[in-house]
Design a protein around this ligand. Structure first.
Ligand code: C5P
Ligand code: MG
Length: 279
């Protein structure tokens, strides 16, 4: 595990200020895939919430191949440090649209989801239970803002017994017909690079939490940095980023954008350490 911090004094200052402000001022905003869930397990890549569906037995072999082709074409674009967000955005819309279209042709049943998740290789990062349980204990709201599949990620945290009432999820949700068969995904489409106000329909959420001006933001992508844009007033914000892939190429940019950068870390230990101090 390598923890990199560009400006340690600033980070220490933010954490001290959060502690002084107190529990009732804090909220946590987190990405899901590859942030709360693991990037690698046993030397292999862990699945994202999309991959869980892509690889499941409810998808035909042909469908699986097509979804894998999309991943191999678009994922390198998603993380390419040489392309701007403006260049990436339309391509991400293309990826998500094509994948959702393919998945919607597979006659996936709502009732299949618990088993699809149980049979997958997904793993939450070590220390997830401490994170979720401590936030619940202190009534600190946890907002999960995900470009993944909401139905899948909710099932993951439900099966992990940590889907507490302080957890709120905004993500891509499946739209089932009256027979419980997947027919499409609900709008708005959330992809890696529009995780901001533009897709937050329910502005009530952050308005209600307007007194919570201390924010811990957890992400793994450059697109996660705008997740707190809907918060009406921010006094202290600490951005913690997991740098999972293309580490050497992306390090500088991550260090400029995130206050704390975690490399080769499959745990939530750093976040839990900070929360133990603040709460
Ligand atoms: O929860 P999060 O916002 O991280 O979810 C998005 C992730 O899912 C992206 O980083 C992307 O690599 C991945 N993805 C995928 N298959 C798709 C679309 C996105 O694995 N069809
Ligand atoms: Mg992610």
């Amino acid at each position: 595990i390598t923890v990199r911090i560009k400006d340690p004094e600033r980070v220490a200052g933010i954490i001290r200020a959060m502690k002084e402000q107190g529990t009732h001022k804090l909220q946590v905003i987190s990405d899901f895939d590859m942030t709360l869930s693991r990037f690698g397990c046993n030397g292999r890549r862990c699945p994202t919430s999309h991959n869980i569906l892509d690889n499941s037995r409810v998808v035909s072999e042909e469908g699986r191949r097509q979804l894998k082709d999309l991943l191999h074409y678009y994922y390198p674009i998603e993380i390419d440090p040489k392309r701007t967000l403006e260049e990436k955005r339309p391509l991400m819309v293309e990826w998500w649209s094509k994948a959702h279209e393919l998945l919607s042709q597979q006659k996936i049943l709502k009732s299949d989801i618990p088993q699809i998740v149980r049979e997958s290789d997904v793993m939450l990062r070590d220390g997830f239970d401490e994170l979720f349980n401590r936030l619940h204990k202190y009534n600190v709201p946890l907002f999960i803002f995900s470009a993944g599949v909401g139905d899948i990620l909710e099932e993951i945290i439900r099966q992990a017994n940590v889907f507490h009432p302080n957890v709120n999820v905004v993500s891509n949700y499946m739209d089932f017909d009256d027979n419980g068969v997947l027919r499409r995904f609900k709008a708005p489409l959330i992809h890696t690079y529009n995780k901001n106000n533009s897709v937050l329909r329910d502005t009530e959420y952050f308005q209600q939490l307007s007194a919570r001006t201390s924010i811990i933001l957890l992400g793994d992508s450059m697109g996660d940095l705008t997740m707190a844009d809907g918060v009406p007033s921010v006094e202290n914000i600490l951005k913690i980023g997991f740098l999972n892939d293309k580490v050497e190429e992306q390090r500088e940019r991550y260090l400029d954008a995130y206050d704390v950068v975690l490399e080769s870390d499959e745990t939530l230990d750093v976040v839990n350490g900070i929360l133990r101090f603040v709460l």
